[in-house]
Design a protein around this ligand. Structure first.
Ligand code: AHR
Length: 489
C-alpha cells in the first residue's frame, strides 16, 4: 500500500516567512575574508571588494536576510574600529576564532554594500558582552539617522549620505556562554536596559531580538519571557546537530552508515525544541507576537584535515542536505512562532552554502536545498495530511498559482512512492526538480565542483486527482503544480 497524502488547496494554515531562509555571516575563519570580501586590489572579480561569483550565487537563492558580525565575535566587536579609511582602521585579535589578527577592512559600510548587492535585509548583532550601552546607541544612530547628528554626519564623512535600514537588531549573542557567561536573570535586566537605547531614528521600525537559550535550556526561555517579553520582538535559539559527540563530532565525508542516520535523526530534535520553547512562550505570549528566532542552526562536523581548528571549515554532503531539508520542514510546521532562522554559516564555515578556494567557488548540496525550497518563501502553508515511511518527510505550500510539495527520503537504499490526493485544485502543469545522492557522502570539491547539483526530475505521474512521486533514496524532490482553485474560475 503506497502512502497517500491529502493535499487540499483550500486548507491554508498560515504563512511561511521568507526570513526562515536567512543566512549568518560571522568574522570567523574564511567566511567574511576570502569568502565574501576579497578587497579592492584583488584579481578575483569583485565589486567594491565583494566577490561577484558568491554574490551571484546568493542572489539566485534569494537570500532574504544576513546576520552579522557574529556569533561570539559580535560580543568582542567594536564597530568604530571598522569604519573610515581602511588603512587607518585599528586591528584586533579574533580570540574566539583562531587567534588571528582582524584588520577590520570589512565593517559596517562593507556589510551594507554586501546586503545591497545580494538583495538581502540587514540583521545586526550588537555587543553586550564587552560593549557599552552608549556604543550600541551610537551604532544605531550612525546607521539609521537621516538628519543632522554627530553620528549621521560622521557616516556622511565616510561616504554614505543616506541612512541604511536595519530591519533586525540582536542584543548580545549567547550571553549564557561566549557572550559573557551570564545568568538569565542578569541578562534579562541587561537586555531591558540595552534595548532601550536601540533607538528608532527614522520611521522604520527595528525588530529587536533578545538572546535566547542554548538548545534545551528551557529555564532561560522562561526567565527571559517572564521578565522581558514586553520589550522584545524576538527571542533567539541556537541549536546545532552532530553525528557523534561534541568532543569528536565525526567526519564530514567518509563516515560510516550509522553516522548518516545519527545525524539526520538528530536533526529531527529541532521539532521537540521548538515545541517546548514555544509552549513556554505561549504562557506569556499566547498570540505568538514574539518570534522564536533560530539564528544559528545546522550540522557541526570535524574540520577538514589540515585546516585551522578555529576556522570551522567542513565539507558538505548530501547528508547535510537532508539535515537542511528536514529542518526547514520543521520551521514551516512552526511558522506561526518561528519568524526567522539563519543557517550557520553562509560561506566556508560549518554548514555552508558556498565553499571557496582562491578564485574557485562551489555550491554545496545544502545550497541546492535552499534553491529547491525557494518557492516556500512567503508562501501559504497547506495542511497536508498523511503518513509516509519514517524515512520520508514532506512539506507543502502554495504561492500564486503554484502548489509546491517538497519531499526528502533519507533512506540509503530504498525509494519511496508517495501518492498526493489533490483536492480543490485543478492542475494545469507539473514540473519537478531534485537533488539526489549517488553515495552517502556525495559532495562537490574543487576538482569536481558540479558532481552533485539540482536537476530536472521526471518520476512524477499525474492521474485523475492524484500525483504520484517516486522519491529516490538519498533524494530531495520539489514538485511544482501550477493550476487554479475552483473558486478562481
Ligand atoms: O557559528 C559558530 C559559533 O557557534 C558562533 O559564533 C556562536 O554563537 C556559536 O556558539
Amino acid at each position: 500500500m503506497k502512502p497517500h497524502i491529502q493535499v487540499t488547496a483550500s486548507r491554508k494554515t498560515g504563512t511561511i516567512s521568507r526570513y526562515i531562509y536567512g543566512q549568518f555571516a560571522e568574522h570567523l575563519g574564511r567566511c567574511i575574508y576570502e569568502g565574501v570580501w576579497v578587497g579592492l586590489d584583488s584579481d578575483i572579480p569583485h565589486k567594491n571588494g565583494i566577490r561577484q561569483d558568491v554574490v551571484e550565487a546568493l542572489r539566485a537563492i534569494q537570500v532574504p536576510v544576513i546576520r552579522w558580525p557574529g556569533g561570539c565575535f559580535a560580543d568582542e566587536y567594536h564597530w568604530k574600529d571598522g569604519i573610515g579609511p581602511a588603512e587607518e582602521r585599528k586591528t584586533m585579535v579574533n580570540t574566539h576564532w583562531g587567534g588571528i589578527t582582524e584588520n577590520n577592512h570589512f565593517g559596517t559600510h562593507e556589510f551594507f554594500e554586501l546586503c545591497q548587492q545580494v538583495g538581502a535585509e540587514a540583521y545586526i548583532n550588537g555587543n553586550v558582552g564587552s560593549g557599552t550601552v552608549q556604543e550600541m546607541q551610537e551604532w544605531m544612530e550612525y546607521m539609521t539617522m537621516g538628519g543632522e547628528s554627530p553620528m549621521a554626519n560622521w557616516r556622511r564623512e565616510n561616504g554614505q549620505e543616506e541612512p541604511w535600514k536595519v530591519e533586525f537588531f540582536g542584543v548580545g549573542n549567547e550571553s549564557w556562554g561566549c557572550g559573557g557567561n551570564m545568568r538569565p536573570e542578569y541578562y534579562a535586566d541587561l537586555y531591558r536596559r540595552y534595548q532601550t537605547y536601540v533607538r528608532q531614528y527614522g520611521t522604520d521600525r527595528v525588530y529587536k531580538i533578545a538572546c535566547g537559550a542554548n538548545g534545551y535550556d528551557y529555564n532561560w526561555t522562561d526567565v527571559l519571557m517572564k521578565n522581558a517579553h514586553a520589550y522584545m520582538d524576538g527571542l533567539s535559539l541556537h541549536h546545532y546537530v552532530v553525528p557523534r559527540t561534541w568532543d569528536d563530532k565525526g567526519a564530514a565525508t567518509g563516515f560510516p552508515e550509522a553516522e548518516w542516520y545519527s545525524l539526520v535523526e538528530n536533526a529531527k530534535s529541532m521539532d521537540e525544541l521548538i515545541t517546548k520553547h514555544s509552549t513556554i512562550m505561549d504562557r506569556y505570549d499566547p498570540e505568538k507576537r514574539v518570534g522564536l528566532i533560530i539564528d544559528e542552526w545546522g550540522s557541526w562536523l570535524n574540520v577538514e584535515p589540515g585546516t585551522n581548528r578555529g576556522f570551522l571549515y567542513q565539507q558538505n554532503t548530501i547528508r547535510d542536505a537532508m539535515v537542511a531539508s528536514l529542518t526547514l520542514n520543521i520551521f514551516h510546521k512552526h511558522a506561526e512562532r518561528v519568524h526567522m532562522a539563519n543557517i550557520a554559516q553562509m560561506v566556508n564555515v560549518l554548514q555552508a552554502m558556498i565553499l571557496t578556494e582562491g578564485e574557485k567557488m562551489l555550491k554545496t548540496p545544502t545550497y541546492y536545498v535552499f534553491d529547491l525550497y525557494k518557492n516556500h518563501m512567503d508562501a501559504t502553508k497547506i495542511d497536508a495530511i498523511g503518513t509516509t515511511k519514517e524515512t520520508t518527510d514532506y512539506t507543502v505550500s502554495k504561492k500564486g498559482n503554484t502548489i509546491t510539495a517538497s519531499f526528502c527520503n533519507y533512506h540509503l537504499t530504498e525509494e519511496d512512492v508517495v501518492v498526493l490526493d489533490i483536492a480543490d485544485f485543478d492542475i494545469r502543469t507539473i514540473t519537478a526538480e531534485a537533488l539526489i545522492g549517488k553515495v552517502m557522502d556525495d559532495h562537490n570539491n574543487f576538482e569536481n565542483p558540479e558532481n552533485i547539483k539540482k536537476e530536472a526530475f521526471h518520476d512524477v505521474k499525474q492521474e485523475q486527482g492524484t500525483v504520484t512521486v517516486k522519491i529516490p533514496p538519498m533524494g530531495i524532490v520539489s514538485v511544482y503544480m501550477e493550476g487554479v482553485e475552483p473558486n478562481q474560475y
